[in-house]
Write a protein that binds this ligand. Structure first.
Ligand code: NDP
Length: 388
């Protein structure tokens, strides 16, 4: 890279955000931090800003503004507050690339704003594509904006496609670890608590995605994300459980050849690839050792027990706003599970009911998505009140 790539990290205090900062810390000659944003973790945001000296920071929770301002203003760092400020700050001229690492629907508006402002996107926030994949990808196409996947599976597919742009994809296989409850039945699952669900076997991630991994909704969201990123049909996407999380995903081409991307599970690698694309930056990330893995195994996912994956395929096949509804119901149900208000199996129950009851819109606009999201949240909230 000739000059430093100037980066805005939306959600810098989260699991992806902090790992992205580790990558940037290790590559100061390649990257500089222009903007950092957080929801409410003012302490960490201040710490990060004092180290990385961004042009500006945003704290979404407005009550925290004074604390952040007092700590950073004298250091010449601009401080803003409120969710709208996140969508405004991405327009800053100095920014080359926006890392969208806010969790959930809350990341949609700022990602759209960044694409509108012609910024390149490194996308971790998969919910954005689940909710409004058609809107995001068509806007990105119109504006000539590249979306570099951060999700390890999509990064794997993306890496397998380098040099293959004239060769159509026949099929992709997204690998799934199976999460902490792989092999368990519904009887077992009905009484599991959040502490067990939060113990992911291979990845250390934020709470919401960790629960999504345990329910297999994460893989469902990734199926929808892949549909939009790689312009695929539902029947071109398959999920395969691979408990060791070494093969990060596979592309099958028209001649039957399959390409896989492999490595130890470490999110810093796909983050770095997205930030530094097309360069593979030298790293000291731990290397895979064949001696540590006597075998790599693959099995079909159990979609009867882990119904969320089947629900995501249903949403993808039906189209319209159904993925947006699925996502909103899931966010509400996961939040309720994390607050011990509902059991593990009430998550798919809630999502399924909301998908049946919410208003279906065939060709949604942005406003339709906003309305669908809030209708689905209300329906899910009411169902949960009855369970709790
Ligand atoms: P975390 O919960 O760890 O972090 C979320 C970040 O978003 C935090 O900085 C948080 O701020 C901020 N945030 C949360 N809500 C809001 C809001 N309403 N407005 C503004 N900012 C907000 O999540 P992860 O880092 O785990 O995940 C981020 C995204 O990346 C998700 O979409 C996830 O699916 C995806 N992803 C994550 C992976 C991982 O390994 N973690 C792997 C692949 C994808 P605060 O800290 O102040 O609350």
């Amino acid at each position: 890279m000739d000059t430093k790539r100037q980066i805005a990290i939306l959600g810098s205090t989260g699991s992806i955000g902090t790992q992205a900062l580790e990558v940037i810390r290790d590559n100061p000659e390649r990257f500089s931090v222009e903007v950092l944003t957080a929801n409410r973790n003012s302490k960490l945001l201040i710490e990060q800003a004092l180290e990385f000296k961004p042009n500006a920071v945003v704290i979404a929770e407005e009550q925290k503004y004074n604390e952040v301002f007092d700590a950073l203003d004298s250091n010449g760092i601009k401080v803003y507050a409120g969710e709208d400020a996140i969508s405004q700050i991405v327009e800053m001229d100095e920014i080359d690339l926006v890392l969208a690492a806010i969790v959930g629907y809350a990341g949609l508006k700022s990602t759209l704003a960044a694409i509108n402002a012609n910024k390149q996107i490194a996308l971790a926030n998969k919910e954005t594509l689940v909710v409004a994949g058609d809107l995001i990808t068509s806007l990105a196409r119109e504006n000539g904006v590249n979306i570099y996947p951060v999700d390890s599976e999509h990064s794997a597919i993306f890496q397998c496609l380098v040099g293959e742009h004239q060769n159509p994809i026949e099929k992709i296989y997204l690998t799934a670890s199976g999460g902490p409850f792989r092999g368990k039945d519904s009887d077992y699952l009905k009484s599991v608590k959040k502490e067990e669900a939060l113990k992911h076997p291979n990845w250390d991630m934020g709470a919401k995605i960790t629960i999504d991994s345990a329910t297999l909704m994460n893989k469902g969201l990734e199926v929808i994300e892949a549909r939009w990123l790689f312009n695929l049909k539902a029947d071109q996407i398959d999920v395969i459980v691979h408990p060791q999380s070494i093969v990060h995903s596979i592309v099958q081409f028209q001649d039957g050849s399959m390409k896989a991307q492999m490595g130890l599970p470490d999110m810093k690698l796909p983050i770095q690839y997205a930030l530094g694309y097309p360069e593979r930056i030298k790293s000291d990330f731990k290397r895979f050792d064949f001696a540590d893995y006597a075998q790599l195994t693959f099995e079909k996912p159990d979609t009867k027990t882990f119904r969320n994956l089947a629900l995501a395929f249903k949403a993808l096949e039906k189209g319209g706003n159904l993925s947006c509804i699925l996502n909103a119901a899931n966010e509400v149900a996961v939040d309720a599970f994390l607050k011990d208000q509902i059991g593990f199996l009430a998550i798919p129950d809630t999502i399924e009911r909301v998908m049946d009851d919410a208003t279906f819109v065939n060709n949604p606009t942005y406003d339709d998505y906003v309305t669908s999201d809030s209708e689905a949240r209300e329906l899910a909230g009411n169902l949960i009140k009855h369970i709790a």
